[in-house]
Design a protein around this ligand. Structure first.
Ligand SMILES: COc1nc2nc(N)nc(N)c2nc1C
Length: 309
């Protein structure tokens, strides 16, 4: 029985990764559902044999009467903003002056319009998910984050590992949710960001489970075995661990390439299945990030270009 429960758990988590992260399911939904039903029955019969990373965790658990507070060991900073080309060139000049180098490569990423969250893993198990809060103190929303199917419940990484990213509601989920709310004469959400925030702050994770939220991870927070040289290597590593990262990021050798990337997405963003409110530019070399450091609330090695509203 033990073996069967473990085998079903790992198999279903693998299918889930293929479907929700790689968008390449290898089995039909009917086979997934059949195996899930078998696991549910086995866990009901032998509850003590249920694995911590069981996919049956996805449907939501008990209703909480409040959120416990979480202290972020590494503060979750907010980004300084840029609104035009001049701001971007000023940022580039400041970075080069601060490092006393004249060639700095950047990574440009889509700025997902959602809610910043932190996912903490202990010896491979997803043990805690939290909101950014004020950057130092956030709220424990683990139960709600477990309902996001693209979040792996288990990863192959020993010790403490923290992934950070943006939880969001895809545009189609947002439209369907608001249509349902209008039918129920409930107040519609103003935008997908508010809908995602409202969904993740539900005390009843069964409600969050129905909101079809998704997530893109974009940084590694706490990591005992930190070993990468660049941010782009971190993004590649996150993907290799099974996390959903946004594939539209680009290595830019100059700020001109960044500006071209911004112009490209300023037009193309309407075609995306999720809302973005800008482009985030980060110095790629991690040792350079260390040297540039941070202000009280923002890193000096990154900036968020905001699209005109
Ligand atoms: C390094 O800090 C950050 N990086 C980010 N990257 C992307 N792509 N999107 C964000 N919203 C974002 N937000 C923050 C605070």
């Amino acid at each position: 029985i033990d073996e069967r429960i473990k085998a079903l758990t790992d198999q279903l988590n693998k299918y889930s990764h293929e479907y929700y992260v790689l968008d390449q399911p290898s089995v039909p939904d009917s086979e997934y559902d059949q195996l899930l039903q078998e696991l549910i029955k086995l866990e009901e019969a032998y509850p003590e044999k249920k694995q911590a990373h069981s996919p049956t965790e996805r449907v939501g658990g008990k209703v909480l009467d409040g959120f416990t507070k979480v202290t972020h060991e590494r503060p979750m900073l907010s980004l300084a903003n840029a609104f035009n080309e001049e701001d971007l060139r000023d940022f580039d000049r400041r970075v080069k002056a601060g490092l006393d180098v004249d060639d700095v490569s950047y990574v440009a990423e889509l700025k997902i319009d959602g809610l910043a969250v932190s996912l903490r893993y202990q010896d491979g198990e997803f043990v805690r998910g939290a909101t950014r809060g004020d950057g130092e103190i956030g709220e424990d929303i683990t139960q709600n984050l477990k309902t996001i199917n693209s979040i792996p419940l288990k990863i192959d990484e020993p010790g403490t590992f923290e992934a950070r990213g943006e939880a969001f509601m895809p545009k189609t989920s947002f439209m369907h949710l608001n249509k349902a709310r209008e039918i129920n004469e409930e107040e519609p959400f103003a935008n997908p960001r508010n809908a995602a925030a409202g969904s993740l702050r539900q005390l009843d994770s069964k409600v969050a489970a129905k909101r079809h939220l998704d997530i893109f991870l974009y940084a590694i927070g706490q990591w005992e075995n930190r070993s990468m040289e660049t941010h782009s290597a971190d993004l590649t590593y996150l993907r290799s661990l099974g996390f959903k990262t946004n594939t539209e990021w680009k290595d830019c050798q100059t700020i001109d390439e960044v500006i071209a990337f911004i112009e490209h997405w300023q037009v193309r963003r309407a075609d995306l299945t999720y809302e973005i409110d800008g482009i985030v530019i980060k110095v790629d070399r991690l040792s350079y990030q260390e040297r540039l450091g941070r202000t009280a609330k923002s890193p000096r090695w990154a900036i968020a270009y905001k699209f005109p509203a």
